[in-house]
Write a protein that binds this ligand. Structure first.
Ligand SMILES: O=c1ccn([C@@H]2O[C@H](COP(=O)(O)OP(=O)(O)O[C@H]3O[C@H](CO)[C@@H](O)[C@H](O)[C@H]3O)[C@@H](O)[C@H]2O)c(=O)[nH]1
Ligand SMILES: [Mn+2]
Length: 573
């Protein structure tokens, strides 16, 4: 299991605990793993939520997902006040739940007694159920309409639904996008709320008022009608001081995404995004004005069983075949980066996981570039040229690995053979090169420092960029091209989120952890590049200084380049 149920329910609990009228809030958990353990964890969380939600509102708790709350905000040293007693109590409940879930996960099965007595939902699983092959499962765990479902303070909790869409080996399921589509349809049957927040299982809400804040954009009388979605930046709670895997994306989050959004076309990042339902289901009229008299289906009088059954039909793997699903155009979008982070997630803690993630990103974005949705073609005349180019900075990560590879391979070879590639230092033509180099890196360093992060973090980012460009993006490029040619199939490598203790320790000490051997070919490339530059450097310098075959001034740039590449690569080994 790559995604621990305890982490998943932390996200769910944080979403349930928004400061927002609970009868208007429904939380859906999509489980593509189709695991009864996740369902069990959700049931346990639904019980815990009856204590957690009132606790949060009573004490106006900031961290509404329990794990970070107990790790940071909560302190046992406070006096024996009402608050600290309540804290101790809720902590005990949380730990009980966590232990039960973790021991069930360790055993690989749901406790027998629980399955028999607690929920009919378990009957959906049988010994033949596998991740790749099972019927649709929809279980309303908490029915927000149910007057008996009130929590310990007498408040109604939000509706809570478990969904595991149908999977069959011979039907493409389209990974996360397919999961989101199934969620949109199922939720339209059960709650049909006009706004949809989409969160990854490893992201938690970090601000209880986010929904209220973001609705201000959508409800704006003059400009709100055009807005399809509001995207929040992806922040992470496990970034080390010098961010040795360059995970934090500070400059991207602070400047780049905000800049693109200036054209009214913020990028969708896949998580931490609030969509208007109508913009997803394709309803678009030129004179569209939002209507606020939505028929919430929660007030309808179908039973939970009827809703479960009706929703299943929407979670089948053939539902989308031959439909116009997903058409629409003409909306605007907003990027919103509030002072207090709205959502925080988990960043990779080993190099191989970071590689997997970047390979997938570079592949996915390059696929968009090659599809009919290429910003330069589909976006032509619809969005500003600035946005088209802004998107392509990301969409072209994969092919940009090619020129980059040339830069790290060709100069050392030429140096070894005494072939000058750049103008002499005394020549005026060296100026454009110097300018491009200094302007790019100087500007990038200033941007980074202005985000309040240390210079070492910037250096680490340059190092990891070099690694990604020579490996992950290059493999992303090759895989995308072979897929386009029909030689292989699309996949979505989910990043492993289960971290052992020694991996965590190494991460906190900022030691580069090469992780498992699954990416050994990537490491071979890195080592080859490093050695090539080292040999080029030594050989070149020897021929210049010892053999005096050519003059050094011709090779200054090449020597500097090779030293830099060798230094960056060797430092990480
Ligand atoms: O077949 C799939 C594959 C993934 N997921 C979910 O998608 C989410 C993102 O997967 P993860 O492995 O955590 O990817 P990350 O690299 O952490 O995620 C970033 O990159 C993804 C695109 O590569 C975006 O979709 C995410 O929103 C973004 O946070 C997780 O909740 C998964 O459970 C599915 O539901 N079904
Ligand atoms: Mn993730």
């Amino acid at each position: 299991m790559l995604e621990a149920p305890c982490m998943v329910i932390n996200s769910v609990l944080s979403a349930m605990a928004f400061n927002y009228p609970a009868n208007k809030l429904s939380v859906y958990l999509s489980d593509d793993g189709g695991s009864d353990l996740t369902f069990y964890a959700l049931l346990r969380a639904s019980i815990f939520s009856k204590h957690w939600l009132p606790f949060c509102s009573r004490f106006n708790v900031q961290h509404r997902s329990p794990e970070p709350f107990f790790a940071t905000q909560y302190s046992t040293t406070s006096n024996n006040t009402h608050y600290s007693q309540a804290c101790l109590f809720i902590k005990k409940l949380y730990e009980e739940m966590k232990n039960e879930i973790e021991s069930a996960v360790a055993k690989g099965k749901v406790p027998e007694s629980y399955m028999r007595n607690e929920h009919v939902g378990f009957s959906e699983w049988n010994p033949k159920t596998t991740k790749q092959d099972h019927h649709p499962i929809v279980q309303i765990v908490i029915d927000g309409r149910d007057k008996d479902a009130v929590d310990e303070d007498g408040f109604q909790p939000p509706t809570l639904v478990y969904l595991s869409r149908e999977k069959r080996p011979n039907y493409p399921h389209h990974f996360k996008a397919g999961a989101i589509n199934a969620l949109i349809r199922v939720s339209s049957e059960i709650s049909n709320a006009p706004f949809i927040l989409n969160l990854d299982c490893d992201m938690c809400s970090n601000n209880a008022d986010t929904i209220k804040e973001v609705l201000c954009f959508f409800l704006d009388q003059t400009k709100g009608h055009d807005i399809a979605y509001v995207q929040f930046p992806q922040w992470f709670h496990n970034i080390t001081k010098n961010d040795h895997y360059g995970n934090s994306c500070v400059v991207t989050n602070k400047f780049e995404l905000a800049g693109i959004s200036g054209y009214g076309a913020a990028m969708f990042c896949g998580t931490g995004c609030l969509h208007r339902r109508e913009s997803l289901s394709g309803a678009y009229l030129r004179d569209y004005k939002a209507k606020w008299d939505f028929k919430s289906k929660t007030i309808n009088n179908r039973t939970v069983h009827e809703l479960n059954q009706a929703s299943k039909a929407l979670a089948t793997c053939t539902y989308e075949e031959g439909t116009q699903w997903g058409k629409g155009r003409g909306w605007k979008s907003i990027y919103y980066n509030p002072e207090r982070k709205a959502f925080v997630g988990v960043a990779p803690t080993t190099l191989d996981v970071a590689f997997v993630q970047h390979k997938r990103w570079s592949e996915g974005t390059f696929q968009i570039f090659l599809s009919k949705y290429c910003p330069f073609i589909y976006g032509h005349g619809k969005i500003h040229l600035g946005v088209q180019m802004g998107y392509c900075v990301y969409l072209l990560w994969a092919p940009m690995s090619l020129p980059f590879l040339c830069y790290v391979i060709v100069p050392p070879i030429c140096l070894l053979h005494g072939i000058p590639l750049f103008p002499k230092l005394s020549s005026i033509w060296v100026l454009p090169f110097a300018y491009a180099f200094l302007a790019t890196y100087g500007y990038s360093l200033c941007e980074y420092l202005s985000c309040g992060h240390p210079a070492k973090g910037w250096w680490n980012l340059q190092r990891i960029k070099l690694m990604h460009r020579t490996t992950s993006y290059f493999f992303g490029f090759i895989d995308t091209v072979t897929k386009q040619l029909g030689l292989s199939q699309t996949n979505f490598a989910i990043t492993d989120k289960v971290v052992t203790e020694d991996v965590q320790t190494r991460y906190e000490q900022e030691v580069i952890d090469f992780g498992g051997s699954s990416n050994s070919i990537m490491l071979i490339i890195l080592a080859t590049v490093a050695l090539l530059n080292l040999f080029g450097l030594v050989g070149g310098i020897k021929r210049i200084l010892v053999d005096m075959e050519f003059s050094s001034s011709q090779f200054v740039v090449q020597i500097a380049l090779s030293s830099l590449v060798a230094m960056i690569n060797c430092m990480s080994c």
